[in-house]
Write a protein that binds this ligand. Structure first.
Ligand code: ADP
Ligand code: MG
Length: 304
């Protein structure tokens, strides 16, 4: 059930995600001395996301984008503030939210099919049904024929497709994506962008998409949230009223697109952080069996 105007008392639309005054503090080593001090990663963060909306988030490195997604995913708990998804307070991870991280957070010991079926196993679906669903999503991301490959036998773009298929397969209503295409080449990235939009249009998911690319943010989203650092806050929310379908090629030639890009760019400049377009983040769970990989498992395993 989406949260309604009535429940909140002051909104007049159905919202999938309601964030109020989020604040995230971390305890870090004090700059001088050996004590601890608190570091504010996110402050005063309020945002409402409508059902089926596609929202992009851009901002300088360290402005709290990943922190925000972790909170939304229920993987970390905000110091204070309210997070409501579907009218319910977020208290931990759940299968109503799919997560696609930066890099390729696939399980290296599982085949493509087994990766895609992971959430379905967690849900307790029988093998036959899992197989039918995984086949559908593997096809949706154009990986039919690669079901039995292991992640190390795939290209970067293919791995990212598997991650998307895995997130979609258990049919979450909300998709949280943290720089999902940062580590693939430009051409693959355009293909994945088109696929994501196609999937979004087909499935009506609510998507929060963090990116380092202004063009990507605009191409995909109905709104672009620009964050500023120290502490991480919303600097601007920019509506993208460009007709769909939007293709990379059309966008590049569009004056309206250039105008939106200019607005986003100016806001980023004024945000005062270090914005590194196209920076490729370290893949989080590679290589091998780092502690982070264990976290990836519990992220799903913790789901009731
Ligand atoms: P972004 O994804 O926008 O680059 P992050 O959300 O990863 O930024 O980090 C925001 C800020 O919070 C950074 O300054 C980062 O160093 C800090 N931070 C993130 N996680 C922790 C943590 N577990 N402990 C201390 N500081 C953290
Ligand atoms: Mg990040």
């Amino acid at each position: 059930m989406p949260i309604t105007a009535e429940k909140l008392g002051y909104l007049d639309e159905d919202y999938k995600i309601v964030l109020r005054d989020l604040r995230q503090e971390y305890q870090v080593r004090a700059k001088d001395g050996d004590g601890k001090e608190s570091f504010v990663a996110i402050e005063n963060f309020s945002l409402d996301v409508r059902c089926g909306e596609f929202v992009s988030i851009v901002g300088p490195s360290g402005c709290g984008k990943s922190t925000l997604l972790d909170i939304l995913a229920g993987l970390s708990k905000a110091t204070s503030g309210t997070i409501i998804i579907d009218g319910k307070k977020v208290i931990g991870p759940a299968l109503d939210r799919g997560i696609v991280m930066q890099g390729y957070a696939l399980f290296p010991w599982r085949t493509v099919r087994k990766n895609v079926e992971f959430g379905l196993e967690m849900k307790g679906l029988p093998a036959g049904e899992r197989r039918e669903i995984s086949s559908r999503y593997i096809e949706l991301v154009s990986l039919a024929g690669f079901e039995d490959r292991y992640p190390h036998e795939l290209s970067g773009g293919m791995k990212q497709r598997v991650a998307i298929a895995r997130a979609l397969a258990y049919d979450p209503e909300v998709l949280l994506m943290d720089e999902p295409f940062a580590a693939v080449d430009a051409q693959t990235r355009e293909t994945l962008q088109d696929e994501l939009v196609r999937i979004w249009e087909k499935t009506g998911k609510t998507i929060i998409f963090v990116t380092h690319s202004i063009d990507e943010a605009i191409l995909l989203a109905g709104r672009v949230v620009v964050m500023s650092p120290n502490p991480g806050r919303i600097r601007a929310v920019i509506g993208v009223e460009l007709p769909r379908p939007r293709t990379n090629r059309e966008m590049r030639a569009s004056g309206a697109f250039a105008a939106v890009r200019q607005i986003v760019w100016e806001n980023l400049q004024e945000s005062g952080g270090q914005f590194a377009p196209e920076a490729v983040p370290e893949p989080r769970f590679q290589p091998g069996f780092s502690g982070k990989l264990a976290v990836a498992e519990t992220r799903f395993a913790a789901v009731p």
